[in-house]
Design a protein around this ligand. Structure first.
Ligand SMILES: [Zn+2]
Ligand SMILES: [Zn+2]
Length: 397
């Protein structure tokens, strides 16, 4: 075990972190289109003197510091924005029409860049290898994580950590959870084909409105009758479209839905029961169908030992008052793919306040309390040092 780091806040140059975040906030790019964001990240890493690889799984960027024999730790930030018009009034609001960093991924990039710079400046204080994974396309499945893993970014890595700046959590709170934390999300698109005709002569038709309605009703029994009451699960049919007027029987109906779960077995069960029900209900009414089942991200599941490490590191680095808890939640995150491969943990860093940063994620007025980026960087550094057995970080004002 080495000594703790004593870093003066001045040395952190937090004003750079804010400037980088605001630059990205003003210049957001959608999932799979993060060309300039990726170039910005690569340029910063090069300026710091860190080895850079670009074009990893799309616009992914990986910075590597090899610093002798030792464990390999990966730290991940996502970088994509959302198709939302920025309605904030501040000077750093998005300059791109209908595109906005409404999830805080700009802050993730800035926080990880700051952590990388500091860890690189203090190579004398640790041994091993650090890999900084800047991932594109988190918001839209299939997502950037899978693509980057396929290109080998986790090769030899002992542990991976990722943070999400989280506005529902107040600044000064850091939360994680042992086991399932964020849901697995699958979507489906069902088209029912019947036989249209006169609304007064139903016997000559196969009415897809009746069939669609029956299927919506029947699907409700999957969660209530097939899934264990002790397991969370949701099936929502969010859209039904059929027909256009009152006296014509619709020859087709389109149902769209989303399915959320935590346990992989429950996830399988939901899919299998849905497929069986659709098939049999359509057969019962004499209709045919096409079911497109889109498998999305698996659930984010933090191993117990890593969740415990995060809690301990938060306590040691920030103090007991920072340790917060989080419930399981139904949004998804493709950080799950990394955790399916190697140990690690996903953590929420409180970024909410009562002023600008009080709107939910994906809201047109979404913002973060920027001080949270200091917590995010500090936490990522502290977690890396903990795995590398290189002491802890102490920031002096
Ligand atoms: Zn998001
Ligand atoms: Zn996000």
């Amino acid at each position: 075990m080495m000594d703790n780091w004593n870093i003066h806040l001045m040395e952190w140059h937090f004003e750079d972190t804010i400037q980088w975040r605001r630059h990205l906030h003003m210049n957001p790019e959608l999932s799979y289109q993060e060309k300039e964001t990726s170039a910005f990240i690569a340029q910063k890493l090069l300026e710091f003197g860190i080895d850079v690889k670009t074009g990893i799984g799309g616009y992914g960027v990986v910075g590597t510091i090899y610093n002798g024999e030792g464990p390999i730790v990966a730290l991940r930030a996502d970088m994509d924005a959302l198709p939302i018009q920025d309605e904030k009034a501040c000077e750093y609001r998005s300059t791109v029409m209908d595109v906005m960093h409404a999830c805080g991924h700009d802050g993730h990039v800035a926080s990880l860049l700051s952590a990388a710079r500091l860890l690189n400046q203090h190579r004398d204080k640790w041994k091993g290898e650090l890999r900084f994974i800047f991932q594109p396309a988190e918001e839209v499945s299939p997502g950037g994580a899978q693509a980057m893993i396929k290109e080998g970014v986790l090769k030899g890595v002992d542990a991976i950590y990722g943070v999400h700046l989280w506005a529902p959590l107040k600044l000064g709170q850091i939360a994680t959870r042992e086991g399932a934390m964020m849901a697995a999300v699958d979507d489906f698109n069902l088209t029912i084909y019947g036989r249209g005709g006169h609304g007064g002569i139903p016997n000559a038709c196969i009415d897809t409105v009746v069939i669609g309605a029956a299927i919506v009703q029947q699907l409700q029994s999957i969660v209530s009758r097939n899934v264990s009451p002790l397991e969370p699960a949701v099936i929502t049919v969010g859209s039904i479209q059929a027909g256009s007027t009152q006296n014509v029987i619709a020859d087709r109906a389109v149902l769209k839905g989303t399915i959320r779960s935590f346990n992989p077995e429950v996830r399988e069960l939901l899919r299998a029961r849905l497929e069986t029900m659709v098939e049999h209900m359509c057969a019962m009414y004499g209709a045919t169908f096409q079911l497109d089942y889109k498998v999305g991200y698996p659930a984010v599941v933090n191993p117990a030992a890593e969740a415990a490490r995060v809690e301990r590191v938060v306590r040691e680095t920030f103090g007991e008052e920072y340790v917060a808890a989080t419930e399981m939640m139904m949004p998804a995150e493709d950080f799950s793919y990394y955790l399916n491969e190697i140990p690690g943990c996903f953590v929420f860093v409180g970024a909410g306040n009562d002023e600008g940063a009080k709107y939910p994620h994906h809201h047109p007025r979404f913002d973060i309390e920027e001080q949270a980026m200091l917590h995010a960087s500090k936490l990522l550094i502290a977690l890396a040092l903990d795995v590398l057995s290189s002491g802890n970080i102490v920031i002096k004002k």
